[in-house]
Design a binder for this molecule. Structure first.
Ligand SMILES: C[S@@+](CC[C@H](N)C(=O)[O-])C[C@H]1O[C@@H](n2cnc3c(N)ncnc32)[C@H](O)[C@@H]1O
Length: 286
């Protein structure tokens, strides 16, 4: 079979599932990821002969696409802040909103050259800690997660991107003892109440790890409270906390944070104009 034969086979078998441009887009991602072929190859050399193995590999994937398995889990990789990350079913696929959180930290520290001790809480694939370590060489990162499988992958991502991070298995919902007093605490914790499950896309529900996304609707801020409690003993006097948040719950989160009477809060909207992230600093450090 030639490259264009397989591409046409994709169009035929997937036309009830996706639009043609989406099918072509996935096809290009797949040939790039599997065989390292540039996406222009199909236009430049449509008659390129595939080996039996190559054609078989591509055809096998049609089943996954018909189940709406995210393309990142099919290829096993995802781009975040321009860097490649391995992903698998044990970790959340890094999101664009989280890139915006990372950009906020970078912009706040654009001229900062001194050593910064930072911690990423609920590191998952490691995307936050790894990309910030790459962009800000003066950041010294600790990254924690309570999942061994996430930590294994995050370590691999740090190795692939050649950064050194201190990974620890910690459950943030239990008291944890870190000697370090951090300049920056950053977290994209689970923040979707399980009562919102019905509004979540099927492909997220079916393929992404629920423990990374959902919280008990009776206590939707459990992670924010635990991280703030941790900051009471482990955040420097001029330190900052950066959180990704659930835009639907912003008002009640604000009330919670004001009840501590300890923090100034700045909120930032994401590209979709939703209140998606907040930054906290100690009130007496204005
Ligand atoms: C929303 S995901 C964020 C993953 C990654 N930081 C990102 O932004 O793509 C939340 C992460 O918190 C982790 N997590 C869940 N419960 C935890 C707990 N009790 N202690 C530490 N980490 C936890 C999950 O394993 C998951 O990796």
């Amino acid at each position: 079979m030639t490259l264009v034969d397989v591409r046409n086979y994709y169009r035929e078998k997937l036309r009830d599932y996706y639009g043609q441009s989406e099918i072509d887009f996935y096809f290009k991602i797949l040939i790039n990821s599997f065989f390292d072929w540039d996406s222009t190859l199909i236009a430049l050399n449509p008659k390129k002969q595939l080996t039996k193995l190559q054609a078989k590999k591509l055809i096998k994937i049609i089943k996954n696409l018909r189940e709406f398995k995210p393309i990142q889990y099919i290829t096993g990789e995802s781009l975040f802040m321009g860097c490649k990350f391995k992903v698998n079913k044990n970790v959340l696929i890094p999101r664009q909103e989280t890139e915006e959180l990372v950009e906020w930290v970078i912009n706040d520290n654009i001229d900062c050259k001194k050593k910064i001790n930072a911690i990423d809480i609920g590191t998952g694939s490691g995307c936050i800690a790894v990309s910030l370590s790459l962009k800000k060489r003066n950041f010294n990162f600790t990254a924690i997660d309570n999942s061994n499988k996430s930590l294994m992958l995050a370590k691999e991502n740090a190795r692939l991107n050649r950064v050194k991070i201190n990974f620890l298995k910690n459950d943030i919902l239990k008291p944890i003892n870190h000697e370090t007093i951090y300049d920056i605490i950053i977290s994209n914790p689970p923040y979707v109440p399980d009562s919102e499950m019905k509004n979540i896309e099927d492909k997220v529900l079916k393929f992404e790890p629920h423990n990374a996304i959902f919280v008990d609707k009776k206590d939707p801020f459990v992670f924010y409270k635990a991280i703030i409690d941790f900051s009471l003993s482990n955040l420097k006097k001029d330190g900052k906390i950066y959180f990704e948040i659930n835009p639907n719950l912003y008002n009640s989160l604000l009330i919670l944070i004001e009840s501590y009477n300890k923090f100034n809060l700045v909120v930032k909207k994401d590209i979709s104009n939703k209140k998606r992230m907040i930054r906290l600093n100690w009130k007496n450090e204005q």
